[in-house]
Every structure is written in structure tokens, then in C-alpha cells.
Design a protein around this ligand. Structure first.
Ligand code: UFG
Length: 342
């Protein structure tokens, strides 16, 4: 039996593929390469040419996905393929509703037709919107404040509905919605890393500054109701994140519908992240204080107690300097990302 990883050419998806291959799993990577990297897939296929299959295509092409699921006897799907920029989703809601929602309806339909049993869905803490209580537990009301969060919440609802129907029909579908916080770092072997164009995420942006690719870092807002006035986020290492996916996937039984927040449980401010980068790289950066960015909640950090209590999982990397150091190692070796990478 194989696992299909949609978005397996992207940042988190590629790390998940690598981990699954290391576990001896057969993996089908489905990616249309609209934002993923063929170079990342090539590296993954080279790790296990007989067990890693790449299919270039859209998750919304139901018939093609169904044929692929059947051809490789896929019984589990990890769904990462999505657009994930809050600001872009505000400017281009149709893109997000189409790509993250409508296309996923087709993917889920194909999974049901192919009798896929486990569906691990890459959701987001953006489904909570502006939380009333931090750290955020899974019981916090889900009231997204941007189209990105709405699109992901819609898929959670879809998966709940199809799991109910599948159970009634005596079928074995199950799912987990994993609500991510901020993902950071890179693969310890240095093969994979973060490469977005344009890059908007804080840690890579600050590291690009260290590489001389940006002249300065701008802090988006210093007047938030947080200890130092800058936004607080929960930065989880990408390898911890994929470890949680694998653990959750393995525990799913027919009819399961699990929802977990994946974070370290510690909130760090923008200033603390910049300080960490300066510590790790030994560089002193030019830091400007700018306006707030549209749609940024003041504080988002996880209460990860549910997954710890139910599955015994917690993040192994809780020192942000370690995550920053692993990202820095990748950026030093791949200053232009996968372009020209070996
Ligand atoms: N920030 C800056 N300067 C920058 C870049 C970011 O101050 O140059 C700040 C942001 O305003 C924010 C924090 O750094 O307060 C983190 O920003 P990121 O862009 O790195 O990450 P986000 O918290 O905006 O986004 C993350 C995920 C999204 C997810 C979102 C949920 O990347 O996929 O959390 O709110 F939807």
C-alpha cells in the first residue's frame, strides 16, 4: 500500500515525503509544480527510485487522481497542496476558494471512490481567526478572518461530512485535520529546505537579510498588545511537524475524525525571532519599525496538549535557535533556493 502526498514538491510536503521514504513507505507525490520545486522531487526520487513516484497534476482532476490512487493502491493521503499566504488570499479570494476548496472536493471524491482509508489534512491555525484565548486549544471557536482560513475550514467541514456518510455506508474513511502554526527550519541532511518566491515568512526573510539579499528587515507593527509590542507566533520545526503527521496517520482507524493543533506551545515575538537570527548568524542586522500588516492577529500560539495526551507527541525542538540554525544551514548552502541546487 502507498501513501499519496499532494504538494510533495513544496516545503512541508517534501519533508513529509522524505520522512515517509525513510520509514520504508511507498510514496506517490502529486504536485502540479505551480509553487513546488521539481528539483526537490528529483532529490526525493533519487533517494528511493523504486518507492517514490512523481505524478505531475492537479488535485482537482478527479479522474486522473482516481486512476493514480488505484494504480498505486494508495490507502492513505497526506494533503499539503494549497496556497498559504494570508495577504494573497485577501487580494485574490477566488484563487484560494478554487485551489484550496473546490479542487479539494474533487480530490476527496476521488479518495472516496478509491476507498482511501486515511486522509491527513494540512489545516491551519488561521481557521481560529483572532482567538479569544491563547494558547489556542482545539476547542477555540473557528472564526477565520481571511479567505485562506475560510478555505481550510471549509475542507475540515467537508471531511467531517464525508466521514459521517462513509461510516453510515459501512466504509472505512477517516481523517485528521492538523492545524499548523508557523513552520520553520529545514531537513537535517541539508537536502530539502524552504524556497518561496516571493518569500514573505519572517525567518527566511531575516536570513535573506543575512545573505545580503535584502538591505533591512521591517517589523510589521510595534504597537500590538504583546510584551514587546510585536506579533507573537509559535514556530515549530518542519521535521517535528511531519513527525506528527506520520504518528497521526498511523493511529487513524475507520470513522476517526481527529483535530490537533501542531505547535511548540511557546509564543515568540518578531523581535525575539530577529534576536535569535542575529545570535545564530553572528550578524547585526538593520531593523526598521513599520506599519502593521493587514490581517495579522496579535498572538497565535498553540496549546498542544491534546496531541500530547492522546498520542504522546510533542515537539522535540523547542529552542528556536535550533530551528533558525537549521534554516540558516540550508540558506547558506542554497542561497538561491533550489535554483542551481545539487
Ligand atoms: N513579519 C514581519 N516582517 C516581515 C515578515 C513577517 O514583521 O518581513 C511578521 C508578521 O507580521 C507576523 C510574523 O512576522 O507577525 C510572522 O509572519 P509570517 O509571514 O512568517 O507568518 P504568518 O504568521 O503570517 O503566517 C503563518 C503561516 C500561514 C498561516 C498563518 C496563520 O505561514 O500559512 O501563520 O495566521 F496561515
Amino acid at each position: 500500500m502507498a501513501v499519496m502526498v499532494t504538494g510533495g514538491a513544496g516545503y512541508i510536503g517534501s519533508h513529509a515525503v522524505k520522512r515517509l521514504l525513510a520509514d520504508g513507505q511507498e510514496v506517490v507525490v502529486l504536485d502540479n509544480l505551480s509553487r513546488g520545486h521539481k528539483a526537490a522531487v528529483d532529490k526525493l526520487v533519487a533517494l528511493a527510485p523504486d518507492r517514490c513516484h512523481f505524478v505531475r497534476g492537479d488535485v482537482g482532476n478527479r479522474d486522473a487522481v482516481l486512476a493514480t490512487l488505484r494504480k498505486h493502491s494508495v490507502d492513505s493521503v497526506m494533503h499539503f497542496a494549497a496556497f498559504a499566504l494570508v495577504g494573497e488570499s485577501v487580494d485574490e479570494p477566488v484563487l484560494y476558494h478554487r485551489n484550496n476548496m473546490s479542487e479539494v472536493v474533487e480530490l476527496v471524491d476521488a479518495c472516496l471512490q478509491a476507498d482511501v482509508q486515511r486522509f491527513v489534512f494540512s489545516s491551519t491555525c488561521a481557521t481560529y481567526g483572532e482567538p479569544k484565548v491563547v494558547p489556542i486549544s482545539e476547542d477555540e471557536p473557528q472564526k477565520p478572518i481571511n479567505p485562506y482560513g475560510v478555505s481550510k475550514l471549509h475542507v475540515e467541514h467537508l471531511l467531517d461530512d464525508v466521514t459521517t456518510a462513509s461510516q453510515r455506508a459501512g466504509k472505512a474513511f477517516s481523517f485528521a485535520a492538523l492545524r499548523y502554526f508557523n513552520v520553520a527550519g529545514a531537513d537535517a541532511d541539508g537536502i530539502l529546505g524552504e524556497d518561496h518566491d516571493p518569500e514573505t515568512h519572517l525567518i527566511p526573510v531575516v536570513l535573506q537579510c543575512c545573505l545580503g539579499q535584502r538591505e533591512h528587515v521591517t517589523i510589521f507593527g510595534t504597537d500590538y498588545a504583546t510584551p514587546d509590542g510585536t506579533c507573537v507566533r509559535d514556530y515549530i520545526h518542519v521535521e517535528d511537524l511531519v513527525d506528527a503527521h506520520v504518528k497521526v496517520m498511523r493511529c487513524l482507524v475507520p470513522g476517526d475524525r481527529r483535530k490537533y493543533n501542531l505547535g511548540t506551545g511557546e509564543g515568540l515575538s518578531v523581535r525575539q525571532i530577529i534576536d535569535s537570527v542575529q545570535r545564530v548568524t553572528g550578524q547585526k542586522l538593520k531593523v526598521l519599525e513599520g506599519q502593521r500588516r493587514e490581517g495579522d492577529p496579535a498572538q497565535l500560539f498553540a496549546n498542544p496538549a491534546r496531541i500530547r495526551d492522546e498520542l504522546g507527541w510533542s515537539a522535540s525542538i523547542t529552542d528556536v535557535d535550533q530551528s533558525v540554525a537549521s534554516a540558516w544551514a540550508w540558506f547558506q548552502k542554497h542561497p538561491r533556493g533550489y535554483v542551481g541546487s545539487k
